[in-house]
Design a protein around this ligand. Structure first.
Ligand SMILES: *Cc1c(COP(=O)(O)O)cnc(C)c1O
Length: 457
């Protein structure tokens, strides 16, 4: 049998891509203040900004859209979604939300507040923002190997258990809002977390009476890695692996825009009835009634189907292997990337790629701008623009890594699109010493990367 891993689907509906010239892109980027979040999508050729809400839905999901029950209360589509979420998580208390961060806001507002601490492998940006917004403190506890882009390890998303325990003792268990395990670890390179690590977190949480929350955005992709890399899981179905991980926790938050293969949606699933009741009240005030949250019936229908499709072995194999395909191509070219390649994205180490640009001049932002100018490719900086802070003298406290994320939308691009991306990198490499850094000319207080303005130095 041929060795090429083909896309395990045929294309039934197409969406044209407008091809732009470099001079057009120069103008568009200036108009967007060099922030690719501020670019209109029709000015982008290959959009690798995010894998969030950008999936192509299947014919079955589109069929489900027509079946959506739009009743205000107790809709049939809600029953289907609830059943699918219950089947995955095992929890009785399930709250639908319009996306992941709404679930985060509701839960972390309840668990957080001034004097509370949250620990995670790496807090995703909306997770951190929702925690800090309540006055609580978010502390990352990633293992040392996870912080080194070049180091190979099967589970670089793991939490550092010893560090976690020392931190819980330091702040006092009564002041811990929750331990949040993010699978896969989005902000830390899309790296997987092992079942052994999740079990160890459970033990620590039991020992100190602390709540354990799973951020399950990419739990199917994480399950694939566990099957491939962890002793004893080779023959366990992906869905079973995901179930086992959920059952170690006290609650699951998921943005359905990732591994539920839909364009909008999310949920919060909880073990504890009292917390669920409190969260339900907030849900009703801010999102919608408990049987729809912020979702249409048709959205819930598509989520129920997507949660099933994502565990299809052919899909998951294609998904992980095709992401690695881009990573391997870049490695062959000599582009430094986070290794091994994660599930949903390839992360380029921009600090090494543009080693002549100091961290204070945001090498990641420079690479993002250059990718767009050269090839119309939209990527995102995950470095000091996203996570940098200022000290009391107004000096930049840089992020641990300066990464550029090339997120791969699910079931959207073909191999030739990805080849084009690799070729664009080859062109950038040839001219890399001429790139220059950036300064920030405008920034808001929270999540500055979404709306900041930049100027080329
Ligand atoms: C996307 C994401 C979220 C937030 O979900 P939204 O649907 O974008 O609000 C939270 N955590 C992780 C790990 C994510 O990837």
């Amino acid at each position: 049998m041929p060795s090429t891993i083909i896309e395990p689907f045929r294309i039934k509906v197409v969406e044209p891509i407008r091809l732009t010239s470099r001079s057009e892109r120069q103008r568009y980027l200036e108009e967007a203040h060099y922030n690719t979040f501020l670019l209109d999508s029709d000015k982008v050729i290959i959009d690798l900004l995010t894998d969030s809400g950008t999936s192509a839905m299947s014919a079955r999901q589109w069929g489900g859209i027509m079946q959506g029950d739009e009743s205000y209360a107790g809709a049939r589509s809600w029953q289907k979604m609830k059943k699918a979420v219950h089947d995955l998580t095992g929890f009785e208390h399930i709250l639908p939300t319009h996306q992941g961060r709404a679930a985060e806001r509701i839960l972390y507002d309840y668990l957080g507040g001034k004097g509370k601490y949250f620990f995670s492998n790496t807090h995703f940006d909306t997770t951190r923002a929702n925690i800090e917004y309540t006055g609580a403190t978010a502390i990352d506890c990633l293992t040392e190997t996870g912080k080194h882009p070049e180091e190979e390890h099967p589970f670089k998303g793991n939490i550092d258990i010893a560090f976690l325990e020392s931190k819980i003792r330091e702040v006092g268990p009564e002041n811990v809002g929750a331990v949040i395990l993010t699978v896969t670890n989005n902000s830390g390179g899309g790296q997987p977390v092992s079942m052994a690590n999740a079990r160890a977190v459970r033990q620590i949480c039991d020992k100190y009476g602390v709540m354990f929350i799973l951020d399950a955005c990419r739990i199917a992709e994480n399950a694939y890695f566990i099957a491939q890399r962890e002793e004893g899981y080779r023959d366990v179905p992906y869905k079973e692996i995901a179930r086992e991980m959920c059952r170690l926790t006290d609650g699951v938050i998921m943005s359905a825009k990732k591994d539920a293969l839909v364009n909008m949606g999310g949920f919060l699933a909880l073990k504890d009835e009292q917390i669920a009741n409190a969260c339900s009240s907030t849900l009703i005030i801010t999102e919608g009634f408990v049987t729809y949250g912020g979702l249409s019936g048709r959205d819930m229908e598509a989520i129920a189907i997507g949660l099933e499709e994502v565990f299809d072995p052919d899909y998951l194999h294609y998904r992980i292997v095709s992401t690695a395909y881009l990573g391997n191509k870049l490695t062959e070219l000599g582009v430094p990337i986070v290794k091994p390649v994660g599930g949903h994205a390839v992360y380029v180490d921009a600090r090494t790629f543009y080693d002549h640009i100091p961290v204070e001049e945001y090498p990641g932002q420079a690479l993002v701008a250059d990718l767009y100018l050269q090839g119309g490719i939209r990527a995102v900086e995950i470095g000091s623009v996203m996570f940098g802070k200022y000290d009391e003298h107004g000096r930049l406290v840089p992020a641990a890594m300066e990464l550029v994320r090339l997120a791969i939308p699910r079931r959207v691009y073909t191999q030739s699109h990805i080849d084009y991306v690799a070729e664009t990198f080859a062109e950038l490499l040839a001219d890399k010493h001429n790139s220059r850094g950036f300064k920030i000319t405008y920034e808001p207080e929270f999540l500055r990367h979404f709306t900041a303005h930049f100027e080329r130095l």
